[in-house]
Design a protein around this ligand. Structure first.
Ligand code: ATP
Ligand code: MG
Ligand code: MG
Length: 375
């Protein structure tokens, strides 16, 4: 679909004039454009068409982003040496003072100041990068830990709710619209064997033992901008910022960092754990998160490392059974292959659970007086 971007831009309060409009970045959800300014002394902008099929209530989503970015900027303003404008996304208002613009075809647009001299990586390659990733998301959670999570709207209801994900799988199994159940019996038994254990984090939350906090919910590495020296600078992509448990963000970040193979690896023997990258992420994460996590939250982190690949595998398998509706596929069994890769990763994580948990525990001890036994 093509848009008159200049017309869209004219609805925002920008400084100077736009010299060039360039499709930008490697995002899968929104359409992103970099707007260069005619005057190099003035800032550039980042324009995004927000995917309103994925996010049904864009005004509420943008209210979340406004609330969170205002809070982050306010907190950083009090910290010497911080640069709130570089470390937090800045929303550019539309001319009607709203934080988004809705065009006549019903598309929603938003604009941020472009953060120049930054880069994002799709994959973590070095321990230094993993460490910076841990710092970025640890700091993000820390700075938001005093903002009431009840103020935020749930942009995707039940996003990390494993019971809901399993219910959906169950429905797909009963309907079996593509006659694929016969091919996935091993995977279904694997899921059923672990279903009770995987509800632990949610149950601890329901019992009031884990606080609902504001979390990012999409902690992949390319959602962090690094500066030119590879130091973390800004957490971006705030569309899924919602109430949740810290273990979800931790597990989601580790899911890709620790896997030596791509998410859809066909040859599962190539799936191994990169434990030095895990250790580096944990070290960076606790530098910030160590000051606010409770001991039950610390204990929940390793459970999150098991839960998130499990949940992702359940989602891929559900989509395979339903006939590949949600994820784009490149071959008939792509979703099945993805699910199998997640379950292989999970098996390896389970075998190494004690090692991983010990790394978390030993790092946590430097920051937190642990009152109950972690294991
Ligand atoms: P995803 O597939 O992760 O959901 P998305 O479609 O939601 O991605 P974003 O992550 O918001 O899109 O942005 C896409 C890319 O644009 C980022 O990976 C980053 O490289 C770049 N980017 C985003 N915001 C800025 C900014 N304010 N300044 C500079 N670059 C940015
Ligand atoms: Mg992104
Ligand atoms: Mg996104």
């Amino acid at each position: 679909m093509s848009y008159n971007i200049s017309e869209i831009v004219s609805n925002f309060c920008i400084e100077g004039n736009v010299a060039a409009i360039i499709p930008y970045g490697a995002g899968h959800i929104n359409d992103t454009f970099h707007l260069k300014n005619t005057n190099p002394g003035l800032p550039g902008y980042l324009l995004q068409r927000i995917n309103h099929h994925v996010f049904e209530n864009v005004p509420a989503l943008m209210k979340n982003v406004q609330l969170v970015t205002d809070h982050l900027k306010g907190k950083l303003t009090g910290i010497p040496g911080s640069s709130p404008d570089k470390e937090v996304l800045t929303i550019v208002s539309a001319k009607d003072k709203q934080c988004f613009f809705c065009d006549e075809t019903g598309n929603y647009w938003r604009m941020y100041c472009f953060l120049k001299d930054t880069k994002s990586y799709d994959m973590v390659l070095t321990e230094q990068q993993a460490y910076e990733g841990g710092k970025a998301f640890g700091k993000f959670q820390l700075l938001l830990s005093d903002l009431d999570s009840g103020l935020l709207y749930e942009t995707i209801p039940g996003f990390h709710n494993i019971t809901m994900r399993l219910d959906r799988l169950n429905k797909a199994v009963l309907a079996d619209p593509k006659n694929r159940i016969k091919d996935v019996l091993t995977e279904l038994s694997f899921i059923i064997e672990r279903a009770d254990q995987m509800a632990t984090i949610m149950n601890l939350g329901k019992e009031g033992k884990l606080p609902l906090r504001i979390i990012h919910n999409d902690t992949k590495f390319n959602n962090i901008l690094l500066d030119m020296n590879d130091h973390e600078q800004c957490v971006i992509d705030l569309d899924t910022v919602m109430p949740g448990y810290v273990a979800y963000d931790f597990g989601d970040a580790i899911r890709t960092i620790i896997n030596t193979a791509p998410e859809d690896e066909k040859d599962v023997t190539k799936i191994e754990l990169n434990i030095p990258l895990f250790k580096a992420y944990v070290a960076g994460y606790f530098e910030y998160a160590g000051s606010f996590l409770s001991d039950t939250e610390v204990k929940s982190l390793s459970m999150g490392v098991l839960l998130i690949p499990y949940m992702q595998g359940v989602r891929f398998l559900t989509d395979y059974i339903e006939g590949d509706i949600y994820y784009k596929i490149h071959s008939t069994e792509h979703n099945l292959q993805r699910a199998r890769a997640q379950f292989e990763l999970l098996s390896k994580l389970e075998k190494n659970y004690d090692v991983l948990d010990q790394i978390v525990h030993n790092t946590a001890k430097k920051y937190i007086q642990i009152t109950t036994e972690i294991k």
